[in-house]
Design a protein around this ligand. Structure first.
Ligand code: GLY
Length: 422
């Protein structure tokens, strides 16, 4: 009996040892993320702003090569070069920037993953800074801003006041919905009549939540109409998507273009990631297999089009490939999240799980994961914001960090892992 117990204890210890070896990369990712986030939370607390990126400039020859255009052709689209005193420094943003919800959201995921109360305190503090956005109607990005912050707050630290914030924000998002067109308007700037970008699929989760919280089906109906209009108009026969589709007021398509991609007909990497995540969410919320089949088709397209060894895509799938082609770690992280959820919905889901695991392992390696105290406090390196504008090329981005942490959270859940067993 005693021998059997000893043998069992040895087996359990050996298993725990294997787990430690097998998932050491997960622990490294979580630990590094937690310390970076706490460092940043302390550093910027009195600025009233959120971390977005690092200020970098651009090289016109490189842009010309990547865009396949002469400098003359794209010079009017370029953002101002940051001043010399800013270069390499932390780029903050105000609360009305589309990225403002990602830092509070990252703090929530980090808290969920590690259980450290300091992360929770910081998450609450930074989430509350976004409260005025509940009154804002100026963008479709309200879902990113409020669902990633307040949505996670409600999930992890429920309070009576949060549902009203999310419902009010959802009302404001719905005020941008046009019944004739069947879509939520994305932007209020630019030369388009009614621009809708593929990114907008990510704002639908706020509406699904609002229906759950209020019992009012309207929010979900708007989300479904938006997804239904986007499916035939934003996607090409090969399931890559256009970035921007603008509609005439009668609902016909005005233009199909890009804003951040290589050219109108290219497959901008992050856009493909928003698409697979968005249609996976729409299936989760509706149970309508049309969306599942669509998400599967986008996922299969992504897995066949991304040819990099580490599965971290170039900034645009159609960019000229080479060792210096900027990657987009943010697109990879969003893709990993979408594929992890999709893997639970289909019989052959293992291939999506394996691909997402490969992405998360790559992002957790020294090639992408920053060393503690480096990278201006961000977790990941090597994302691209908008190469077409010479903006945020090969930098950390707050949303790469957010979706990396969401990916780790989903991975841990699906593998049945606990932080203290890693
Ligand atoms: N939603 C803006 C972006 O993906 O860059």
């Amino acid at each position: 009996m005693k021998q059997t117990l000893i043998a069992m204890a040895i087996a359990i210890l050996a298993l725990a040892g294997c787990q430690k070896d097998e998932y050491g990369w997960v622990k490294t990712g979580i630990d590094r993320a937690c310390s970076q986030l706490l460092l940043t939370a302390e550093r910027i607390d009195d600025t009233g702003q959120m971390p977005r990126s690092i200020w970098v400039g651009y090289d016109l020859d490189m842009l010309s090569h990547q865009l396949g255009k002469s400098k003359e052709e794209f010079k009017d689209s370029l953002r101002a070069h940051p001043s010399a005193d800013k270069l390499g420094k932390l780029r903050l943003c105000g609360i009305y920037d589309w990225t403002s919800g990602f830092f509070p959201g990252s703090l929530w995921y980090a808290y969920e993953l590690k259980g450290d109360e300091a992360l929770k305190d910081a998450a609450i503090r930074y989430t509350n800074k976004l409260n005025p956005i509940r009154e804002y109607k100026g963008t479709h990005d309200l879902g990113f801003m409020m669902n990633c912050s307040y949505g996670n707050a409600l999930r992890l630290s429920p309070s009576d006041t949060i549902p009203a914030v999310l419902i009010q924000t959802a009302d404001n998002l719905c005020s941008r919905f046009d019944e004739r067109i069947g879509c939520i308007r994305s932007w209020d700037f630019g030369h388009w009549n009614f621009p809708v970008i593929i990114d907008n699929m990510m704002n639908l989760d706020l509406l699904f939540n609002a229906t759950r919280l209020s019992g009012n089906p309207y929010y979900k109906e708007v989300a479904i109409k938006h997804a239904n209009t986007t499916m035939p108009n934003h996607f090409r026969p090969d399931h890559t998507s256009w970035h921007v589709v603008s509609y005439n007021s009668d609902g016909t398509v005005e233009k199909k273009q890009t804003f951040q991609g290589k050219n109108d007909d290219s497959a901008w990497a992050r856009g493909q990631a928003w698409g697979v995540y968005g249609y996976t969410s729409t299936y989760r919320e509706t149970g309508d297999k049309t969306y599942l089949d669509f998400a599967v088709a986008i996922a299969d397209m992504i897995m066949s089009r991304v040819q990099t060894e580490d599965a971290i895509p170039y900034w645009d799938y159609d960019a000229p490939a080479g060792p210096d082609t900027p990657r987009d770690a943010s697109a990879a992280a969003v893709t990993a999240c979408g594929l992890l959820e999709l893997s639970t919905m289909v019989e052959d889901g293992q291939k999506y799980f394996d691909y997402a695991e490969k992405i998360l392992k790559s992002l957790s390696s020294d090639a992408y994961l920053a060393q503690e105290g480096q990278n201006e406090g961000f977790v990941l390196m090597h994302s691209t914001g908008s190469l077409a504008h010479g903006s945020e090329i090969d930098v950390p981005l707050s949303y790469a960090d957010y979706y990396y942490l969401e990916g780790l959270q989903k991975y841990m859940y699906l593998r049945g892992l606990k932080y203290n067993e890693l």
